[in-house]
Ligand binder design. Structure first.
Ligand code: FMN
Length: 405
């Protein structure tokens, strides 16, 4: 019998995605030094498109050149080379694959090594020792808020024009959209802060501005935190209110995640996956309340687990990130009924300060993506010290700064 994961899914905008595998965003840091699309990115997405997933979400693409999350992020703005973006989109949508661009503005989560003057809803620095790596942000003016909303809309229209089949707003993990939603980070007293209705104004306007540009038939998804896991932060109750409001406006797909740089939860340690279960429970609750489909990302490792999540009706798609860096054709193998092995193992250096920073959980997988991008095979047993050495050799001690959790 065919796997339930091979079934297509119709989105509220009418677009149909070919199956239930959703490759979640992983920042590839494979853009050029001037933030253009590289041939490595084209190569990487060609492999993933041939690997069988229904939807590929790109790593976060920045909407503002002055506000980057990482040095080699791709930016979509007036200076972006459209022909290279078109090549990327063409490779990523081969094999009838959907590829949606994840659009992001980091707000205050923009490291001081690349951005001395970050902006945020309010001038509140990042806590938990992160003030060493991220400067205190400046409060955005109303005019700047409107300009950033226009940048999201511009980037979405550009993605559509060059051949991508959808976009995803990055509303999770402590970046700007999430900062507006959080009462800890948004203490504004104007119409962009205060009540949850005011705090969600930014994300609603970003969505609406994109919708005007791309039209009614183009998929717009959003990645949102089910909660920030911070005392006094964005709560589950508030997240539910935001999802219901965005569902009414016509968002096509909700991806549920959680955490931020201050309180990491989205790259789950393999040994402590309580949060994954939490995201699933949250998604199951949301499914009763909204019309749009839901995808949960984090911790899916076995065909059985993925099939169960869909057949139980808890989620509509399964979000997978790290496993696809080691097995880019994982969806195809599962749909063919082949046995697949869980290759994701806990990564540890034995040095607790390094492990706590979670750096390896990011750089090790970036190195696997870089290999795939060059047409090389992934190395699931890549030595962690070799990986660390490579990272230090190419980035210097700067790597010790917090990147993402
Ligand atoms: C190297 C790396 C980069 C990531 N970059 C992003 C990103 O750009 N945007 C995003 O929403 N999530 C990002 N994530 C989080 C993943 O999308 C995903 O939520 C997380 O890895 C948990 O899923 P998994 O257990 O299947 O890996 C990243 C994760 C990794 C490992």
């Amino acid at each position: 019998m065919d796997s339930i994961l091979a079934q297509s899914l119709r989105l509220p905008c009418g677009h149909e995605v070919k199956n239930r595998f959703f490759k979640s965003a992983m920042s590839e840091v494979l853009g050029t030094v001037d933030h253009q699309v590289s041939k490595e990115l084209v190569g990487l997405y060609r492999q993933w498109a041939l690997g069988g997933a229904g939807v590929l979400i790109t790593g976060n693409v920045m909407v503002d050149r002055a506000a980057l999350g990482e040095p080699r992020n791709v930016v979509f703005d007036e200076r972006t080379d459209a022909s290279k973006v078109a090549m990327w989109a063409s490779a990523a949508t081969a094999n009838n694959t959907d590829c949606w661009v994840q659009l992001n503005h980091p707000g205050k989560q923009s490291p001081n090594a690349i951005n001395p003057d970050p902006v945020a809803p309010s001038a509140i620095p990042l806590a938990n020792g992160l003030d060493k790596f991220f400067n205190q942000p400046r409060e955005l003016t109303e005019q700047e808020i409107k300009s950033i909303i226009r940048k999201f809309a511009y980037a979405a229209a550009f993605a559509k024009d060059e051949g991508f089949t959808g976009v995803q707003i990055h509303g999770a993990h402590g970046y700007l959209v999430n900062q507006f939603l959080s009462p800890l980070h948004n203490c504004r007293e104007d119409e962009w802060g205060g009540s949850i209705d005011n705090r969600m104004r930014f994300v609603k306007e970003v969505y609406q501005a994109i919708r005007v540009e791309v039209g009614p038939d183009f998929p717009i998804g959003i990645k949102l935190n089910s909660a920030d896991f911070q005392h006094g932060g964005f709560t589950e109750e508030e997240s539910i209110q935001v999802i219901i409001a965005l569902d009414k406006l016509g968002v096509d797909l909700f991806e549920v995640s959680g955490g931020s740089y201050e309180s990491p939860a989205f790259v789950l340690k393999e040994s402590t996956q309580k949060r994954e279960a939490y995201f699933i429970e949250f998604a199951a609750k949301m499914k009763q309340l909204i019309d749009a489909p839901i995808v949960v990302t984090g911790g899916f490792r076995t065909a059985k687990g993925m099939e169960r999540a869909i057949s139980s009706g808890e989620v509509d798609m399964v979000g997978i990130a790290r496993p696809l860096t080691l097995q880019p054709d994982l969806p195809l193998r599962i749909m063919k009924g082949q046995k697949v092995e869980n290759l994701i193992k806990p990564l540890t250096t034995g040095v607790s300060a390094l492990d706590k920073a979670g750096m390896l959980e990011i750089t090790w997988y970036e190195q696997q993506m870089a290999r795939l991008a060059k047409g090389k095979k992934p190395v699931p047993n890549m030595n962690v010290y070799w990986s660390l050495f490579q990272t230090l050799a190419s980035n210097g001690l700067q790597v010790f700064q917090k990147r993402r959790a």
